[in-house]
Design a binder for this molecule. Structure first.
Ligand code: PLP
Length: 378
């Protein structure tokens, strides 16, 4: 039986191993382990890629969000609005800088921050908003920036799933006061370990993030403030530079795969990702939705045909035990709660073959035709 993994990083390495192995050897020969020219080179290349003036490499995506918020002066007494449906790191970063997490609901067709819900959650204590470009789909940045400007909020984009996605001609991460990226291995641009970056057009913020991330240093043993240790290492930076040169091609392959899935699912009752005019999504994940009752059956059916799937994410953040202190009930965020019960992520990575895509599409059609549209339709 054909086995189709959810993600196979081995295939990418098989394509790149010559360049990656040379890059690793160079970093070791140069003793450029922390900071140094490989980090500088990657930071310049990634800033250019995002259309931003600055890029500061940091240890991971969670730290990127925390450092951007802290660098913008967000701290105790402040409230920060985060979508109720995202990975927990989007909210953890707020707590890490001492501010209070305030959730807002998501738009059911894009799974990104709902602008009406955002407006409704603003109080005099609100200082910032963290739109998340979930699954590689750009959030409604025009609407969010307009509300933020009206209320004097800073905007920190969580672009951890959206390297290279575009919104009305602008690359995500470059529209807010800061854009935050993760280079966790499975992301569209992934290191061989943890890594992250903050991009910004604000010179002062770039300096602040760099200083906080490096023990608050002004020079080697002079420290203006207490910071943290959150730096991108040379090995990861050198590997990321090799991979960055391929990212546009990989993103294009993901979009083509998404097109195949969407075409083969039309008319089946399975809800496919929305194509928002003016955006170029990068399909970190290809997420369908079905009625909650059908989802379990579909997962088991695909698994029985060797096809792995995932759920991103099975519990909306306000419904997690970690946020029970906010005393929400599932009805407070109906769209996030419902999405958590209905979404299903199909295999998605650039190296999927036509044969594999065909197999997944055929099995999906087979499942759909064994059910009525009403049984499946979410
Ligand atoms: C991966 C991810 C993060 C955190 O990145 P790490 O590098 O794992 O710390 C933050 N937000 C979202 C939406 C993510 O997917």
């Amino acid at each position: 039986m054909m086995k189709i993994p959810f993600l196979d990083l081995g295939r990418q390495y098989a394509d790149l191993h010559n360049e990656v192995d040379v890059a690793i050897k160079q970093v070791i020969a140069d003793n450029a382990f922390v900071g140094g020219r490989y980090v500088d080179e990657f930071e310049h290349a990634f800033a250019r890629f995002c259309g931003a003036r600055h890029c500061v490499g940091v240890a991971n995506g969670t730290d990127a969000l925390f450092l951007a918020l802290r660098g913008l002066g967000v701290g105790p007494g402040d409230e920060v609005i985060v979508p109720a449906f995202t990975f927990i790191a989007s909210a953890e970063a707020v707590t890490l800088c001492g501010a209070k997490v305030v959730f807002a609901d998501v738009d059911p067709s894009t799974y990104t921050l709902d602008v009406k819900s955002l407006s409704a959650r603003i109080t005099p204590a609100t200082r910032a908003v963290v739109p998340v470009h979930l699954y590689g789909q750009p959030a409604n940045m025009d609407g969010i920036m307009e509300v933020a400007a009206r209320h004097g909020l800073v905007v920190v984009e969580d672009a951890a799933q959206a390297h290279g996605a575009a919104y009305n001609g602008r690359t995500v991460g470059s529209m807010g006061h800061a854009g935050c990226f993760s280079f966790y291995p499975g992301k569209n641009l992934g290191a061989y370990g943890d890594g992250g970056a903050v991009v910004t057009n604000d010179d002062k913020l770039a300096r602040a993030v760099r200083q906080i991330a490096n023990h608050g240093r002004s020079d080697k043993y002079n420290h203006d403030i207490e910071g943290v240790n959150s730096r991108l290492d040379g090995l990861q930076a050198a590997i990321l530079s090799v991979k960055l040169a391929r990212l546009l091609d990989w993103n294009a392959a993901r979009r083509a795969h998404a097109g195949s899935y969407t075409a083969s699912l039309s008319g089946t009752g399975v809800v496919t990702p929305m194509d928002v005019p003016g955006t170029v999504p990068v399909y970190h994940l290809y997420v369908i939705r079905t009625r909650a009752e059908a989802r379990g059956q579909l997962i088991a059916f695909l698994q029985s045909h060797g096809i792995s799937t995932g759920i991103h994410y099975p519990v909306a953040l306000p419904n997690l035990r970690a946020y029970s202190y906010l005393e929400h009930s599932p009805g407070d965020f109906p769209e996030a709660t419902r999405a958590a019960a209905e979404v299903l992520s199909l295999p998605m990575f650039a190296e999927l073959t036509d044969e594999e895509l065909g197999h997944v599409c055929n099995r999906l059609s087979e499942f759909a035709s064994s059910q009525s549209v009403a049984q499946i339709n979410a």
